[in-house]
Design a protein. Structure first.
Length: 298
């Protein structure tokens, strides 16, 4: 049961009605009329009293400013009684919106084989579906990517699992902007921002090619190529801040086409990696020396 303590203030028109505990934990409130009391059922009740001019709620008290038509000694006990009855019968004093709790996050930076790309790694899973954004018009599925493109030096954004690979324009050096980007990404994640809406990513042509139905529709060689890329190539590529995706296989000229994303896209060493690494691996594992690998965006 709540017992109210009445306290005077330096303003004779204002009286404080104190509670034994805090009733407003995150804000101070001031209500000048009944129309403003949506956040306080108690304040609304107080305005039904004809002499109430203003209601203040803060900390452990409600303070009421009265009009001069009455004296406090004539009405204060009745006001205190009404407040006690309201609270003790379950009435809500103030409706406080819970502040969004920050989610502690760590973001560290890794270099990649591509000097134009840095990899910003989070200690949290950001997405289960990788996505590449070449410009701000493509960012409907990623509020984070959209915000990153507002930095004038951001050229491309690639997001996968727990990292964001950012490609910069050559007019800016990494040492000038790395700290700013890292802090921005960390705060965005901590404040609960949406990194990727995966339901929207699933509708893209590239995402559809990762679906089981698409895989089942392919010829056996294409399926084997995808499995090799997924098991042996993709982990190494992801470690460098990029991604590789199967695009097509032409049986007639033994040509495998792949899509390079993130740090791998436009990387000076990507052609060497394709020819000396991936192509040789496919030749060996498929036992076919005629296999050729080509990146459609190298």
């Amino acid at each position: 049961m709540e017992n109210i303590t009445i306290k005077t203030t330096q303003n004779p028109s204002i009286l404080k009605f104190e509670f034994s505990d805090f009733i407003a934990k995150s804000n101070n409130y001031e209500f000048k009329n009944i129309d403003e009391t949506a956040k306080s059922p108690l304040a609304k009740k107080m305005f039904y009293l004809p002499f109430v001019k203003t209601v203040y709620i803060s900390g452990n008290f409600i303070a009421i400013e009265k009009y001069s038509i009455v004296e406090w000694e004539d009405v204060q006990d009745e006001v205190a009684k009404q407040i006690e009855e309201f609270v003790n019968t379950g009435g809500q004093i103030v409706i406080e919106e819970e502040a969004k709790k920050k989610q502690p996050s760590t973001v560290y930076v890794e270099t990649t084989p591509n000097p134009a790309v840095l990899k910003f790694v989070s200690n949290k899973l950001l997405t289960k579906t990788s996505a590449e954004f070449k410009n701000i018009d493509e960012t409907a599925a990623s509020p984070l990517a959209k915000e990153l493109f507002k930095f004038p030096f951001v050229k491309e954004v690639f997001i996968d699992e727990n990292y964001i690979s950012i490609t910069k324009y050559s007019v800016t050096e990494w040492e000038e902007i790395t700290g700013e980007i890292r802090s921005f990404i960390r705060e965005f994640i901590e404040n609960g921002g949406t990194v990727i809406d995966e339901s929207l990513i699933q509708k893209t042509p590239q995402a559809e090619k990762q679906q089981e139905a698409y895989f089942d529709s392919l010829d056996v060689t294409s399926q084997r190529i995808i499995n090799i890329l997924e098991e042996y190539v993709k982990p190494a590529v992801q470690a460098d801040g990029g991604n590789i995706a199967f695009e097509s296989y032409d049986e007639s000229d033994k040509r495998v086409k792949v899509l390079l994303q993130g740090a791998c896209s436009g990387c000076p060493s990507s052609t060497f990696t394709l020819k000396s690494g991936i192509e040789n691996m496919l030749k060996d594992m498929l036992n076919d020396n005629e296999i050729k690998v080509e990146a459609i965006n190298a």
